[in-house]
Structures are given as structure tokens and as C-alpha cells.
Design a protein around this ligand. Structure first.
Ligand code: GLN
Length: 320
């Protein structure tokens, strides 16, 4: 009842569009008081001290309007959200060749699971689990002149923001503790699905994951995927079909063994990271980013999932 009344209050008076700012504020107020905010990822030691009371939401609509609440302008570690941007760069560089080395099926397993990779002869199930993202990193290293710098510039160009950078402490922290990623890269190498040295590929991958961005910067960076592949800031990035495919992969694989739950509750293509961020989008309508560092058992942001479920329920804006 209270919710319904709030929702009515959230309708703007002069047109039929929802009052997005009011909706975000209501959702924020409801979620911020949650007693269980999940657990901050500690397997990357440098992320363990992030305060789980951080919470931000940012929305950008296709007509170019921005709405934000909470810590939406505070940088955080984008971690696996970077896998989507890396994939888009790989597709821009080598197109269909990407799919000779990586499949496009949901894994139904955690992001760092190794067993499937061995059973399936070194072909990762999809580019959004770690094994697939490590193959994408290998593709980028082979096709970029200065891989780390060029990739960072790609992200900066998409966002129109030169201040975006790697957090080198986070990259180093993962480098000295990322044994499972080393195991994954070695397994890929043993199946001849890695062309560059394991050390080089992982150095790139750890830096890619250690990029820091705000919610607002992420909504800008992902805008081209809600805009038929076209980045408004500069030249076309992808074809409409390529953007469609990346969105399909986010919907089916973006949340690992919780992809079904995210589609069921939220109904949008999206991608999470263990830094607590989630980016989700509705093609031709909006991009929304949430950041709340406390994770659920599957490694996805607890408040972020809740926020996005509330957002699509209240606005009735989802792909379904
Ligand atoms: N860098 C992290 C890892 O490889 C990314 C994982 C994630 O965000 N789900 O473990």
C-alpha cells in the first residue's frame, strides 16, 4: 500500500514519464536501512577494507537525462564489469573470430570455477566468467599495441573522461593472491587457448579489473550498448548486431550462477563485479548503475540486486 502510494507520488505531473529522481530516492531510502548488507569481498585483500555502507545509484536515460542518489560519484573497483568493455573491444578488433575460442552458453557455475573448463577442453563457456575473460585478455594483448594503455584509453573515450585510471594497489593485491586465476590461465594454456605468456595475460586482466570508476562514469561508458552500439561521444563502436549479442550475453551470463535469478527478478541485461557494482540497461531506454560493496553468496551486490528489482518493478521498464 505504502509502495503503491509512493509510486503514484513518483509520477511527474506534466507528462506520463516516471519521475526517475523521486523513484531512485525512494528506493535508496528503503534499501539503505537494510540490516543485512551482505559481505565485502575479501579474497582480493585490497578490497576487504571498503566500507559496506557505501551505496550509490545512477541512471541515464536515452534522451540524455541523468539522475543520481547516494555515492554515485565515488570511484570503486569495477572488477568483472570490465569484462563487458573488454569483450566489446575484442569484438571491435577481431569480430567473429572471438567465438572460435569462447562459447556463448551460461555456465550455471561460479565465476572462477575450473571443472567445466577441463571437461570442455579449454573452451570457456562464455566471455563473462573468468576463463572466458582471460581468453579475451589474450586477444586484446595480441591485437593492441600498448595493451593496458590502449584499453584504458578505450574506456576513457567511451566515458569522455580522462581521469579514469587503474588502481595499481588493487591490481597488485590480486596478482599476489590470484592463484585460481593462475590455475585457469595455465589450464587454458595447456589446451592451446592462450597465445601469450600466462604472466602477461594475467597482468593485463588484473589491471583491467582494477580500473576504478563511479556509477555515473559506468552509465556513460555502457551507454553505447543501450544505443545500438553507437557511442554518442565519438565514433561508432559496434554494429547493432554486435551490441545485441553483448546484451544477450549479459542477460544469460552476466551474473554467473545467479543469471536466472537476475533475469527473473530484474529482467534486464546486466553485469556485476565483486567490487559491488552492477550495470544494467534497457536498449533504447536507459542505463542504470548501482554500487553497494556488500555481496551475496554468489558474489553479486546484495543491495544492488534489490535496488534493480525495485526499479524495474516500480517503473515497469524491463525487457519482458
Ligand atoms: N578480478 C576478479 C577475479 O578474477 C573479478 C571477479 C568478479 O568481479 N566477479 O576474481
Amino acid at each position: 500500500m505504502q509502495c503503491q502510494q509512493r509510486w503514484l507520488n513518483c509520477r511527474s505531473t506534466n507528462n506520463n514519464m516516471p519521475d526517475f529522481q523521486a523513484i531512485l530516492e525512494h528506493i535508496y531510502q528503503d534499501a539503505v536501512i537494510a540490516s543485512d548488507k551482505g559481505t565485502v569481498a575479501s579474497y582480493i585483500p585490497e578490497l576487504a577494507h571498503i566500507d559496506k555502507n557505501n551505496f550509490g545509484i545512477h541512471l541515464r536515460t536515452s534522451d540524455g537525462n541523468d539522475y543520481g542518489v547516494g555515492n554515485y560519484n565515488k570511484p570503486f573497483s569495477i572488477q568483472s564489469i570490465s569484462k563487458v568493455l573488454a569483450l566489446s573491444k575484442a569484438i571491435a578488433l577481431i569480430g567473429e573470430g572471438t567465438w572460435k575460442r569462447i562459447d556463448v552458453e551460461p555456465s550455471g557455475h561460479p565465476f572462477n570455477q575450473l571443472a567445466l573448463l577441463e571437461i570442455e577442453n579449454g573452451i570457456p563457456r562464455n566471455p563473462l566468467i573468468n576463463s572466458g575473460a582471460i581468453v579475451i585478455a589474450d586477444i586484446l594483448i595480441s591485437n593492441l599495441k600498448n595493451p593496458k594503455e590502449d584499453f584504458l584509453n578505450y574506456v576513457r573515450d567511451l566515458t569522455g573522461d580522462e581521469t579514469i585510471n587503474f588502481n595499481k594497489d588493487v591490481a597488485h593485491s590480486e596478482k599476489v593472491t590470484g592463484f585460481k586465476n593462475y590455475a585457469t590461465a595455465n589450464l587454458l594454456k595447456s589446451f592451446n587457448n592462450l597465445n601469450n605468456p600466462v604472466e602477461d595475460v594475467l597482468d593485463f586482466y588484473f589491471h583491467q579489473c582494477a580500473i576504478e570508476m563511479t556509477c555515473q562514469q559506468l552509465t556513460k561508458a555502457f551507454f553505447f550498448l543501450a544505443n545500438k552500439g553507437i557511442c554518442m561521444l565519438n565514433k561508432t563502436r559496434l554494429t547493432k548486431s554486435q551490441a545485441k549479442r553483448i546484451n544477450a550475453l549479459m542477460l544469460t551470463c552476466g551474473f554467473y550462477d545467479e543469471a536466472g535469478e537476475f533475469a527473473f527478478e530484474v529482467g534486464l541485461p546486466g553485469k556485476s563485479g565483486v567490487g559491488g557494482g552492477i550495470v544494467a540497461l534497457l536498449p533504447d531506454h536507459f542505463v542504470i548503475t548501482t554500487w553497494a560493496p556488500g555481496l551475496n553468496k554468489k558474489g553479486n551486490s546484495k543491495l544492488g540486486m534489490l535496488t534493480l528489482e525495485q526499479f524495474t518493478s516500480k517503473t515497469k521498464l524491463s525487457i519482458f
